[in-house]
Unconditional design. Structure first.
Length: 207
């Protein structure tokens, strides 16, 4: 039976879809069977998947679901795949709970701003109420800035697992996403260690 990884954050623009897509590519490259489940009405992960198919890459399964259908889709996909990656809408309400209930790990991306840290608290609270493990990932970070230092300190006080890997604010993430790819498919760069490191941390928490 496969494992479910849900990417959730109340605030838009945190990079949920980017992380979900890049983790999916990394896991696939590791030899795992991966399915994507897009529960966000904006459908960004679905657009990424279709761009990938149009480029001739057919190495994942894709499905969509509204809140009430998440449990059914997860159960179905888990039987056929090693990992199911769930992208969720940028909000925290009753609609998010079915995805959290199905999750073996909840990834909460936090862009480097205090507003994003505040938005994270409600996601973590909901994950705790559903008794699910959550991992906060600092995303779109600009190294050496004061705001990054402040946000890192604020995250440390949140009573949640914090990923050691920090994802940088790099053009490569946006460029590859638009072409249905992950950064690991672009060739080596600073992003290689970031996505490989995060994937290793995710797998360690799921093992």
């Amino acid at each position: 039976m496969g494992q479910v990884i849900t990417v959730a954050q109340q605030k838009g623009g945190s990079g949920k879809t980017t992380l979900a897509a890049n983790l999916a590519v990394a896991l696939t490259r590791d030899g795992a069977s991966v399915a994507l489940l897009d529960t966000d009405p904006q459908g960004s992960l679905g657009r990424w998947f279709m761009a990938r198919r149009e480029a001739g890459i057919e190495d994942m399964e894709f499905s969509t679901a509204s809140a009430w259908g998440v449990s059914y889709e997860c159960e179905k996909l888990k039987k056929l795949h090693d990992f199911v990656l769930v992208d969720t809408p940028p909000k925290v309400d009753a609609d998010l709970r079915p995805a959290l209930r199905e999750s073996d790990l909840v990834i909460v991306p936090v862009a480097a701003s205090q507003v994003d840290v505040w938005a994270t608290e409600s996601v973590l609270d909901l994950a705790r109420r559903e008794r699910r493990t959550a991992m906060v990932v600092l995303n779109r970070a600009k190294a050496g800035t004061r705001v990054l230092a402040d946000v890192t300190e604020a995250i440390a006080a949140l009573d949640a697992i914090q990923a050691e890997t920090v994802i940088g604010n790099r053009v490569a993430y946006a460029e590859t996403l638009g072409h249905g790819r992950g950064v690991l498919e672009r060739g080596k760069g600073a992003w290689t260690a970031e996505i490989r490191g995060l994937t290793d941390e995710v797998r360690a928490h799921l093992s």
